[in-house]
Design a binder for this molecule. Structure first.
Ligand code: NZQ
Ligand code: ZN
Length: 389
């Protein structure tokens, strides 16, 4: 196990009706709030009215900025930064999924730092502070409700980049599983896939002696798959949503990555698909990750055998390590198929035209300082190209 230094300050408030307490929880932290949300689901589901009522009941002054799109855009972030400065906002409340939360985190960053907020994403430089944020999560998926990162799309440059620092982690996040009853089947599947890959990008490692966290990863993955299939039949099953929501947060709050080298190749490879073709992140990962696994498994076949046996229930009677590992990948694909996720670029209506461009962008090849992706196997642009293929 490697040395680590782990802290997660995000308070999690979990359960039915908890979002109605947001005003009380916010009161000690905020004088003026930016209420940030997406394209309208919070209005049709009634969550918006509950939040407004709770803010008003607690005399919390607020301004609003809606309209965040999936794969959140830099242009709206810049609008939000301007609004926060003009209105003296001192706290941001994101009500939505990963896109709204990431937009909120980036506004929080831009409101406290001079210059173009995009520079943080380009250079990964340290920041001089950020407004505090909190969330009411409306879709369990990205894990941004307890993560230190944000992912933003610069629509003019067709770039989707991430930036993370501890001071971007939300102060608190409210998770009410009932809010997820309105999610359509494709969003449920996308979310389930994203949270699984957050675990797998930590799980697959060359670090030795990581037994406890391996076990937590395996258990969380199995819990997600079991309950996802329940939700497929019954999307208003409160207990199944509770398991999925908790798993989604734990998948990405950092705990499952401690003491081990991680591998974020699939995410980096997927971000190019979202940046250029605006595909949903979880759907892109369903295509990329099994292809990545098939490409790299021989580098550390034992880890892929462990995954096949402990997560996908492959019978050790297969004996041959390669066969066991490949059967595990096949079963993962079968699960994605059952969730009606895409499995090939064709399923996302993406042809071969930009594969080389995306591979070079993902590894920053054109800069002359190629950035190798991943941990299990270090990937150059040609490897990434082969994975897209
Ligand atoms: O915009 P509205 O109308 O709210 O509709 C949303 C959106 O269309 C809808 N939705 C959300 N809650 C709903 C609902 N529809 C019905 N009922 C509800 N209760 O769902 C759609 C997708 O929302 P989005 O926020 O885009 O989904 P998700 O949470 O999957 O977030 C994806 C984004 O998170 C980033 C991804 O790259 C992507 O941009 N990620 C952020 C991470 C982080 N900050 O730590 C890590 C992840 O790896 C990921 O990269
Ligand atoms: Zn993700």
């Amino acid at each position: 196990m490697l040395n680590f230094d782990y802290e997660n300050k995000t308070r999690i408030i979990f359960g039915e009706d908890t979002h109605k307490t947001v005003g009380e929880v916010l009161k000690p932290h905020a004088s003026k709030v930016l209420l940030h949300y997406g394209g309208g689901s919070i209005k049709s589901t009634g969550v918006y009215d509950d939040v407004i009522n709770s803010l008003k009941a607690n005399n919390i002054d607020f301004v609003e900025l809606g309209g965040v799109k999936p794969n959140p855009r830099l242009s709206l972030v810049n609008e939000g930064i301007k609004l926060c400065i003009e209105e003296n906002v001192d706290f941001i409340l994101a009500v939505g999924g990963g896109s709204v939360i990431d937009s909120a985190k980036t506004i929080a960053l831009g409101a406290k730092n001079e210059g173009d907020v995009w520079d943080f994403f380009l250079t990964n430089k340290d920041n001089n502070g950020a407004l505090p944020t909190s969330t009411i999560l409306t879709i369990p998926a990205a894990g941004s409700e307890a993560s230190s990162g944000a992912v933003i799309t610069n629509e003019d440059k067709e770039l989707k980049l991430s930036y993370g620092r501890e001071n971007l982690r939300p102060i608190f996040s409210i998770i009410n599983p009932k809010i997820y009853f309105t999610l359509p089947a494709n969003q449920i599947a996308n979310g389930v896939c994203d949270m699984m890959i957050h675990i797998m990008e930590r799980y697959f490692t060359n670090t030795k002696n990581t037994e406890l966290i391996d076990g937590l990863c395996e258990s969380t993955l199995k819990t997600i798959m079991k309950n996802a299939l329940i939700l497929k039949e019954d999307n208003k099953n409160y207990e199944a949503w509770s398991e999925i929501a908790l798993a989604g947060t734990i998948a990405h709050n950092g705990l499952l990555g401690i003491g081990r080298e991680q591998d974020w190749a699939s995410h980096n490879i997927e971000h190019e698909l979202s940046a250029i073709y605006d595909v949903a992140h979880g759907a892109g990962l369903a295509v990329v990750t099994p292809a990545w696994m098939t490409y790299v498994y021989k580098t550390n076949v034992d880890m892929f055998v462990q995954f096949a046996i402990n997560v996908m229930g492959v019978d050790v009677a297969y004996r041959d390590s390669d066969k066991i590992a490949l059967e595990g990948i096949k079963r993962l694909k079968n699960f994605f198929r059952e969730m009606e996720l895409p499995l090939r670029l064709e399923d996302l209506n993406i042809d071969d035209n930009k594969l080389e461009l995306m591979a070079k962008k993902a590894t920053n090849f054109e800069s002359g300082k190629e950035n190798l992706l991943g941990g299990v196997k270090k990937l150059n642009w040609e490897d990434v190209f082969a994975i897209y293929k």
